[in-house]
Design a binder for this molecule. Structure first.
Ligand SMILES: [Zn+2]
Length: 145
């Protein structure tokens, strides 16, 4: 993964795709710390993974899962600059992290063969943000914990 952010001029195609990996991650709340740069993986562009790059701000309750989450600052979030996410949605960008690298690699192995390089951003449709600024993975929105 070389460029985690969405290229602003590239058209986006929403391609709902199962995500068998993120819901199965065993990542504790303490795995992350304020100030760290993280990415929420969202799809594929140009034969590589892409996602939203954000900064960890402070602990915050993640109401969709009723578990400890993290408040994140999304510099491209517009109206929703601050959102709250569950730790398993996040992967470290700011430091080499074996746990997160395994996850990102597995996501690449799973997704990249499905969506070979094209000039679209493929959004796999995994995440929505509630009106209260809670980021919800499709699996958690269904209550399938
Ligand atoms: Zn990590």
């Amino acid at each position: 993964m070389t460029e985690p952010s969405r290229p602003p001029t590239t058209p986006t195609v929403v391609a709902p795709t199962p995500d068998p990996l993120t819901p199965e991650r065993d990542i504790t709340h303490r795995h992350f710390r304020p100030g760290e740069q993280v990415v929420v993986l969202k799809g594929v562009v140009g034969g590589d993974l892409w996602g939203d790059s954000m900064r960890v701000v402070t602990p915050s309750w993640h109401t969709p899962t009723d578990e400890d989450g993290w408040r994140l600052r999304d510099p491209d979030g517009g109206r929703q600059t601050y959102i709250t996410a569950h730790p398993r949605y996040l992967a470290h960008l700011s430091r080499p992290c074996p746990d997160c690298m395994i996850y990102v690699r597995a996501m690449g192995d799973y997704l990249l063969p499905k969506y070979p390089a094209s000039d679209h951003v493929v959004d796999c449709g995994w995440y929505t943000t509630t009106a209260l600024g809670q980021l919800v993975h499709v699996n958690d929105a269904r209550g399938g914990r």
